[in-house]
Design a binder for this molecule. Sequence first.
Ligand SMILES: NC(=O)c1ccc[n+]([C@@H]2O[C@H](COP(=O)([O-])OP(=O)(O)OC[C@H]3O[C@@H](n4cnc5c(N)ncnc54)[C@H](O)[C@@H]3O)[C@@H](O)[C@H]2O)c1
Length: 481
Amino acid sequence: MSLNAQPAASLFINGRPVEGEGDALSVRYPYTGEEIALLHEASLDQVAQACQAAADAQPAWAAMSPVERGRVLTRAAAIIRERNDELSRLETLDTGKPIQETLVADWESGAQALEFFGGLSASITGQMIPLGQDWAYTRREPLGVCAGIGAWNYPSQIACWKAAPALVMGNAMVFKPSEETPLGALKLAEILIEAGLPAGVFNVVQGRGQVGAALTTDANVDKVSLTGSVPTGRRVYAAAAEGMRHVTMELGGKSPLIVFDDANLENAVSAAILANFYSSGQICSNGTRVFLQEGIREAFLNRLAERVRNVRAGDPLDPETQHGPIVNAAQADKIRAAIEAGEQAGARLVCGGPGEGAFVPPTVFADATDDMLIARDEIFGPVMTTLEFYDEDEVVRRANGTGFGLAAGVFTQDLTRAHRVISRLEAGTCWINAYNLTPVEMPFGGVKLSGLGRENSAAAIEHYSQLKSVYVGMGDVEAPY
Ligand SMILES: NC(=O)c1ccc[n+]([C@@H]2O[C@H](COP(=O)([O-])OP(=O)(O)OC[C@H]3O[C@@H](n4cnc5c(N)ncnc54)[C@H](O)[C@@H]3O)[C@@H](O)[C@H]2O)c1
């Protein structure tokens, strides 16, 4: 079967495909390393053109009624669902993630965001504030042009999660996917046009960090929403600050998953698997520090090792495959270096290891301590670090002992303990007796170094709009002289 995934052109500006005038960008299928498309980055002029197209198109889009804007998004969601098979295959080629994942978790999650915000559109209102004779009201207005910058692990989902709330509020967007996974965003641009979005409202530019940097500081850009690592987040936030631009930062994590002695063992093991090995571990909210209370520790590790042994790794396009390759060789090397550091520091390898080529198997460490690299750094691969604990105060303190604050999970049958512990954890997105579920209805995002702003749910609306207050005088104006 041909793996050719060459798009009509590398960029999408003002409603049509445009070839990039910058450096070449080779797109490879992570499983075989084969080139599936050859794109070109946007030149800096083309970044400016895309932002200008967005600025020109935005006022008319914002002037449409909310229900009309919502309808475009809802139609786009329906088109995505009709083409889910074809889009999911492309997502698998772009990312290397197993087709059994991309069929249910990537474009489908994007469609849900478009559906959710499309439906919400017409019910977003301001406030009326009585002031006696006078009164005031508020209007929720668009920011203008929003820049979206994506990571490579969920490229199409990220594009939809950013585009849906931005567009529904009457903003225009210029989106730059990760240079590793540039294909899905181009499909989204085509689908939005087909669904009735006016030309110029959603544009795609391609490129590496310097294209992202040019986008962040373009004079037409009013907001930057980044999904990426903490170091990139620091740079983008600082660059955006110069123009007082709004930001949403969805950054990395090293999240704790705490399993108390009374937890349901099988469910806790299932959650730890979902929290570490789905998408070959390339998920920002992963619970990679699994704190096991001493009484459940041994049983948990035995059962986990037993279940992980059954994983089916292989060709991501095979529907039976559960574990795919790492996105590229550099990332696989980085993960292997972390595994080696874990072994050298004296942690016990329960299962897995460095693997070969593009594959790193699900890997579990035990007997780790908080100061080890495997317990401190985001590895962004299938590496779970388990740590033993004794009591609640201790585990809360240790779980919070990190600069990150994206997510956290607690497994216990004790209702009051579950809520008490969650309330003390420094994390933006938490789960009790579950992990890594991110429904569109629930706000998603981090605290501390993991970022600011929220995606999904009505909360995202606040991050893609600004409030105008209007005081209405109903009587005579009294001046002192
Ligand atoms: N919190 C979340 O929602 C979430 C989701 C997915 C991934 N992530 C995080 O993303 C990281 C992995 O993704 P990655 O390796 O693609 O991240 P990255 O930080 O290397 O790159 C992210 C994006 O930023 C761009 N970029 C790089 N330098 C830039 C600059 N100076 N100005 C503007 N843009 C720039 C890149 O081209 C890419 O599109 C992990 O840390 C992961 O935790 C977070």
